[in-house]
Write a protein that binds this ligand. Sequence first.
Ligand code: IPE
Ligand code: IPE
Ligand code: MG
Length: 246
Amino acid sequence: MVIDELKKNYIPRHVAVIMDGNGRWAELHGNDRIYGHQQGVDAVRSIVEGAGEAGVEYLTLYAFSTENWDRPKNEVDALMSLLVNAIVHETDNLNEKNVKMLAIGGISSLPADVQLKLAEAVESTSQNTGLRLVLALSYSGRWEILEAVKKIVRKAVSGEITENQINECEFATHLSTSAIPDPELLIRTSGEYRISNFLLWQIAYSEFYFTPILWPDFRKENLFDAIVDFQHRERRFGKTSEQIRS
Ligand code: IPE
Ligand code: IPE
Ligand code: MG
């Protein structure tokens, strides 16, 4: 799919991606899993560019889940150093493309050097006004919901909030995505049909797009395919088709 085939007036504001399949890609190419993760960086570069070109406002990438800490230590270490390298090497490119980088997740559990480089990149791109690139790092949807609950409980205990004031809108302001609209489109690569603890609250009404493409092979043209597919769907939000069309 090429960008000209997108309906320009109906681009999802927020696209979230579960970037999966690096390990299988590496195995297919007779290499180790780390190599697959390294190749995944090219895919990230391509879709950040494509999302910007298409006019997507927010692109959230699931880069490392809380559960991923349970992988073998050498893989976790390699992923962390790859992250530092990618952040350092891509910052100029993000600035050139007017991309603002943000991070969500348990950032304080990341190694100190990752936290430092991440903070530098967030600061360096903070004035950019184009695509917001949100990296989900050491992220888990249940963790995020529990964190929000704890914040609300503290406010309730101190009398800052009452039970009646807690509604969906109020709850969402306590999530790490409080400044970000819910994703209209969620993409998962590698032929897996699951959520793996990603954005559980925020995807209540997202459209899902699953593709067998392994993450290192994913390019902006594949993102455009997903957006075109999204553009052909009828989002009903509980209503009938008739109600939506009238
Ligand atoms: C996604 O690829 C990257 C991360 C989860 C960090 P995987 O590493 O999960 O690749 P597969 O699923 O084993 O192929
Ligand atoms: C989900 O992929 C997490 C990321 C893409 C960062 P996984 O490969 O870790 O998911 P599961 O464990 O197979 O569900
Ligand atoms: Mg996987």
